[in-house]
Design a binder for this molecule. Structure first.
Ligand code: PEP
Ligand code: MG
Length: 325
């Protein structure tokens, strides 16, 4: 199977009925970058910057971060990298950051909430990204945005930093794209202006699913209770894809489910055209896409939705198996 996937490396992810899907990889360490070319990924759709903060005993220095981000951009070459700003809190706790114990950390002080309250760290990280880009294109996304104002404020900080760099005489990115992760249901219902302001949106399905079903992703007892192929969740994904399309806002999905071929197919059938996953999943997902007719998969899902089934998994699997995909 590995060889078959390697043979697919330079082939596009196009379905039998001509639907083209962009497949990107998720990364979090410099050591992940060598997978970029062999995996066939078109770029890094999610670079989780928190790992660099988690492996240290103190806040990393701006110059160290800039050097790391610069190496990442260089090793990605022409392929785009989307840096996600520090996503801590919830399950990711920095030993050197003082915080009070929280009754519900997943619903607590995390990600962009920390960034906006501790602007020094966020601005330092944004400066490191700008220095690293050194005039090259840069893509930055903010995690766990729950409402428009958070995105607007974080974006303004980034634009301030660009201005500051310019005044200091440093090169600024020739193309700067600023996006938001859609990880809370609230953001899907944000005002139109949010979708117009965001250069791109990435659905963080791991978190979005936990909040959609109110089921803690860290709690073994409940985390597998709700199927990703649940009709309610798929319908929600479909609505998000349509809303983004309506504003011409590029949208991707970067949670773990994007790397599962059946789930990936269902997301594509719901309208998504860009997925980001661990590098090893790109071959299997690409194989699924190239062997299927997305329109037919959509019909199967729609039939299952109309039948009152809670999940479309049974019907979709039966169809996939019958086709020998
Ligand atoms: C997600 O929530 O789907 C996501 C990609 O972010 P993380 O898993 O790092 O929370
Ligand atoms: Mg998340």
């Amino acid at each position: 199977a590995q060889e078959a996937y390697a043979a697919l490396r330079d082939k596009p992810a196009v379905s039998r009925d001509g639907i083209r899907v962009a497949l990107h990889m998720n990364a979090g360490l410099m050591a992940d970058l060598p997978s970029l070319v062999p995996s066939g990924a078109e770029g890094v759709g999610l670079y989780r910057t928190e790992l660099q903060f988690l492996v240290r005993r103190t806040v990393p220095k701006r110059s160290d971060l800039a050097a790391l981000y610069s190496k990442i951009l260089s090793s990605a070459g022409d392929k785009p990298v989307t840096f996600r700003t520090l996503d801590i809190g919830s399950d990711k706790v920095l030993p050197y950051m003082k915080r009070d114990p929280e009754p519900n950390p997943a619903l607590g002080w995390r990600a962009i909430r920390v960034g906006l309250d501790r602007k020094g760290v966020m601005r330092m990280q944004l400066q490191a990204m700008l220095r690293a880009a050194n005039g090259r294109p840069l893509r930055v996304m903010f995690p766990f945005v729950a409402q428009f104002d958070e995105f607007r404020e974080a974006r303004a900080h980034l634009l301030d930093e660009v201005e500051r760099e310019r005044k200091l005489g440093h090169p600024v990115p020739d193309s700067l794209k600023i996006g938001a992760m859609l990880e809370t249901p609230s953001l899907a219902f944000a005002p139109d202006q949010f979708f117009e302001m965001a250069d791109f949106i990435s659905i963080g399905g791991n978190d979005l699913k936990q909040f959609f079903f109110a089921a803690d992703r860290e709690n073994e007892r409940v985390r597998r209770r709700y199927d990703t192929l649940n009709v309610s969740f798929l319908t929600f994904i479909e609505q998000i894809a349509a809303r983004c399309d309506g504003h011409d806002t590029p949208v991707s999905f970067c949670g773990e489910d994007a790397g599962r071929p059946v789930e990936a197919l269902a997301f594509i059938a719901m309208g998504l055209r860009n997925l980001s996953m661990r590098p090893a999943s790109i071959g299997p997902v690409k194989r699924m896409i190239r062997n299927t007719d997305v329109g037919e998969a959509r019909d199967v899902i729609n039939r299952a939705r109309r039948s009152g089934e809670q999940s479309v998994r049974k019907e979709l699997m039966a169809w996939i198996n019958a086709r020998g995909i």
